[in-house]
Design a protein around this ligand. Structure first.
Ligand SMILES: [Zn+2]
Length: 280
């Protein structure tokens, strides 16, 4: 699932290309994904795009917003005059629209915003701006790295929890934006076994982990996200972090630190990768 670096990369692309456009019409091909009354944003102009955890908010010049979660396989791809010469990823996107295009926003100046989703777990909601804080997704979001997740808050979340540290890192109600890729890589970077009960971490281990979370997320952002599954940026292009995974997805490959073998186990139902020698 796209995590903080991937969704932030989509956000930056939408900020660049979508802001200033007016929505002329919306072709909703799958009602399961699109909720709310589209009339509320027809002829409204996009004034900003924000990210909350793994969620996106498109703000309009009236009282409405679009709240979006791409979940596992959602893609938001902008096509307009200024992107005519930019090719979308053939492998991850293909043609536009495709049979996986479930919503098309027709914008002014002949531009379009496509929402594709192979698995169809994502959602798009038209709601009033002031209703946003009542959406469970936003209401329950924990503090986020680079925003309000201070070392102190991180410490408190860890020291008060008895679940495996990796499962805690991925709990959006405790820490917003970190998912499976970056939780695995951050724990490797900090040399901490993902199975350890959170409250057994020492003060120095917590600090090391805090810095490691920021470090791997920064690397993810710098590489434009990880194109696992179907992730692409707002121009339909792949990211590059998948070529820099520390342990994630590297089962039976060599540890980058000690040369030992990376192991894969299941933890909280998710694939968990670690080096048994380097992570204690
Ligand atoms: Zn190792």
């Amino acid at each position: 699932m796209p995590e903080l670096p991937e969704v932030e990369t989509i956000k930056l692309g939408l900020q660049k290309y979508l802001v200033g456009h007016k929505i002329l019409d919306i072709d909703v091909r799958d009602q399961k994904i699109f909720k709310g009354d589209k009339k509320n944003i027809i002829n409204a102009k996009v004034i900003d795009v924000k990210r909350v955890g793994k969620g996106l908010i498109i703000e309009f010049d009236n009282d409405y917003v679009l709240a979006i979660h791409v979940k596992l396989t959602g893609q938001l791809i902008y096509r307009g005059r200024e992107t005519e010469n930019i090719e979308v990823s053939k492998e991850k996107v293909g043609s536009l629209p495709s049979k996986f295009t479930h919503v098309i926003f027709n914008l002014d100046h002949g531009a379009n915003l496509y929402y594709n989703d192979i698995r169809r777990f994502g959602w798009i909601k038209v709601i009033q701006k002031e209703e946003l804080k009542n959406l469970p997704f936003f209401k329950e979001m924990g503090p986020e790295p680079f925003k309000d997740l201070t070392l102190d808050k991180f410490k408190k979340a860890i020291q008060s929890s008895n679940i495996p540290i990796k499962v805690l890192l991925m709990d959006q109600k405790k820490i917003g934006g970190v998912g499976n890729i970056y939780a695995n890589d951050a724990l490797f970077n900090a040399g901490i076994d993902p199975r350890r009960k959170a409250k057994t971490l020492s003060e120095s281990e917590i600090e090391e982990l805090y810095n490691s979370v920021l470090k791997v997320l920064e690397k993810g952002l710098e590489k434009g996200g990880a194109s696992e599954l179907t992730y692409v940026n707002a121009l339909g292009q792949t990211g590059g972090y998948q070529n820099h995974f520390l342990v994630y997805g590297r089962e039976e490959e060599r540890c980058l630190r000690c040369g030992g073998e990376i192991k894969k186990i299941k933890l909280g139902g998710r694939g968990t990768y670690f080096c048994p020698s380097c992570q204690k």
